[in-house]
Write a protein that binds this ligand. Structure first.
Ligand code: ADP
Ligand code: MG
Length: 252
């Protein structure tokens, strides 16, 4: 743990300040305050419907917030399209459902954004794609199509695809919750490696073994609010809030 903690710098790369969001009349996120330092690994947990996905999606502007501030690196998220594009270049995201393009080969799934968004020459993009497929340990699948791969393999492709854009920050939203149990470990292994290499990560997950192993901080959300946060040891062994205690008693 001490090795990991040393990688966390003082520089804050994500700041949510008094952030609120509504879906119509429904107040889904209430006064969210969160500061993430470069290299920090954060696990977010909480009951279904507590606003975890919405918060993650606000951070790369898949959803808009209505009040307060979201600042990524030095860019504040506003309606300015230039800012949104800038932030999306910095922030990679992996979802529960892998969202690969079914009609494209694995290699083409990986090279698409580097070629079209980063304007990278095709050959260079393919080399980059193979590099990351090796990193997630499935280079031999490059010419197959998503439907020919297992769920765990598809999720690793999705992670590799994000990494091809060289993000400084990775957001994960329940990346293992759609997977069969025997495939969860292979995806978590990739995430652990990323964490150990110092990637700034926000992971919504209920994989508490992962949280204990890599998180610098665990955040518990309920009813659209951050209820409690702490280092994993203290969070799991000595939760303070009743709602955290109840949640942990249900999942552990
Ligand atoms: P979690 O990821 O913690 O399960 P979500 O962020 O997905 O929670 O959802 C939080 C709440 O917002 C839920 O009550 C959900 O029904 C509601 N919600 C999510 N997306 C929308 C939407 N697009 N429109 C209206 N309500 C939504
Ligand atoms: Mg969710």
């Amino acid at each position: 743990m001490s090795e990991q903690q040393r990688q966390v710098s003082d520089e804050s790369v994500i700041k949510l300040i008094g952030m609120h969001k509504w879906y119509g009349d429904f107040h889904v996120l209430k006064d969210i305050n969160l500061e993430v330092k470069r290299g920090e690994r954060i696990v977010i947990c909480g009951p279904s419907g507590s606003g975890k996905s919405t918060m993650i999606r606000c951070i790369n502007r898949l959803e808009e917030h209505q009040q307060g501030q979201i600042i990524i690196e030095d860019t504040e998220l506003t309606n300015d399209v230039k800012n949104i594009e800038e932030v999306r270049r910095e922030v990679g995201m992996c979802f529960q459902h892998f969202n690969l393009f079914p009609h494209l080969s694995i290699l083409d799934n990986l090279t698409l954004a580097p070629i079209w968004v980063r304007k990278m020459p095709k050959k260079e993009a393919e080399e980059l794609a193979m590099h990351y497929l090796e990193r997630v340990k499935i280079p031999e699948q490059a010419d197959k199509y998503p439907g020919q791969l297992s769920g765990g393999q598809q999720q690793r492709v999705a992670i590799a695809r994000s990494l091809c854009m060289k993000p400084n920050i990775m957001l994960f939203d329940e990346p293992t919750s759609a997977l069969d149990p025997e495939m969860i470990a292979e995806v978590l292994d990739v995430m652990v490696t990323l964490a150990e290499e110092g990637m700034t990560m926000l992971c919504v997950t209920h994989e508490m073994g992962f949280a204990r192993k890599v998180a610098d901080r665990v955040i518990f959300m309920d009813g659209g609010e951050i209820i409690e946060q702490n280092e994993p040891e203290a969070f799991f062994n000595n939760p303070q809030n009743e709602r955290t205690q109840l949640f942990l008693s249900q999942i552990l």
